[in-house]
Design a binder for this molecule. Sequence first.
Ligand code: T3D
Length: 271
Amino acid sequence: MAYDTIEFSLRDGVATLVLNRPDRLNSFNEAMHQEVRQALTEVQAAVEAGDCRALLLTGNGRGFCAGQDLSDRAVSPKDGAPGAEMPDLGYSIETYYNPLIRTLTALPVPVVCAVNGVAAGAGANIALACDLVLAARSASFTQAFAKIGLVPDSGGTWQLPRQVGLARAKGLAMLGDKLSAEQAEAWGLIWQVVDDEALRDEAAGLAAHLATQPTRGLALIKQALNESGTNDLDTQLDLERDLQRQAGRTADYREGVAAFMEKRSPKFSGQ
Ligand code: T3D
C-alpha cells in the first residue's frame, strides 16, 4: 500500500515505520493517524505470518513527533464562548492515541524507537511506549501538554512516574520543559543516546539483531515486564511460571539449549 504521511517497509523480518511530515515536526493529523494505523495492521498480519520479528519507529527531518497537529485544533476565543462547539479531545484520544499505545504495547515483537529529534506531547509518550528507545544526542523530550492547558496522554501519566519517579514526573508534566536525550538516559527514561549521524544505522542494526532472536521468548519477556507495572509479587511469580512454561515449549528454546551444548551459535526461527 502507498502512504503519504509515513514511509513503511518490511524487509528481512524488520518492519520500519517512518513518520514523514517533517515540516510539521511529524505531528499527527487525521491522515497520519489513519496511515499509522493501517501500517500497524500490516505489521500485526506480518507478525502472525512469521514475516515480521521487530518493528522500528522513527521520523524524518529534525523532529521525531510533535504530538497532535495543533493547526487542526485552533479555536478562536469566540469559539470558546458558552454554547460554542469545542473539539472533543476525548474522542481523539479514544479513537487514535489510545489504540496506538495499546497496539505498540501489545505487539508481540520488540519495538525499537529511534528518536531523531524533538519528541513533544503525544510524540514523547509514543516514543516512551516503545520497548527500546534510542535517541539522537541532539534530541529532546517534552511533555508539552501543560503549556497549552492539557494533560499528558498516550500513557504519559502511567509511564513517567514508573520510569523516573513521581517528583520528576510532576516536574516534567507540570513545567513542560525540554529534557535532553542525555538527561533522559541518565534518568532511565530511555535505553541509550547515540550520536546523531549514527542513530538510524544503530537503530536499524538493533532491530535487525532482535529480528534474529527468539521472537516468542522476547514477546513473553515484553508481556512479563509490562504486566509487572500493576501486578503484586505473588501475581508476577505466577505469571513468570506460566510464561516460562510457554517459553519452554518453543522451538527456539530447544535450539538455544542445543546450540549451547554443541558450542555453536544458535539459529532461531522465531517459533
Ligand atoms: O487534540 C487532541 O487530539 C488531543 C491529543 C493531544 C496530544 C498532544 O500531543 S497535545 C500536544 C501538542 N503538541 C505540542 O503542544 C507541541 C507544540 N510544538 C512545540 O512546542 C514546539 O514546536 C517544539 C518544542 C516541538 C519544537 O520547537 P522548535 O522551536 O524546535 O520548533 P518550532 O519552530 O516551534 O516548530 C517548527 C515548525 O513545526 C513550526 O512551523 P513553521 O513556523 O516553521 O511553519 C511549528 O509551528 C510546527 N509545529 C511544531 N509542532 C507542531 C507544529 N505544527 C502543528 N502542530 C504541532 N504540534
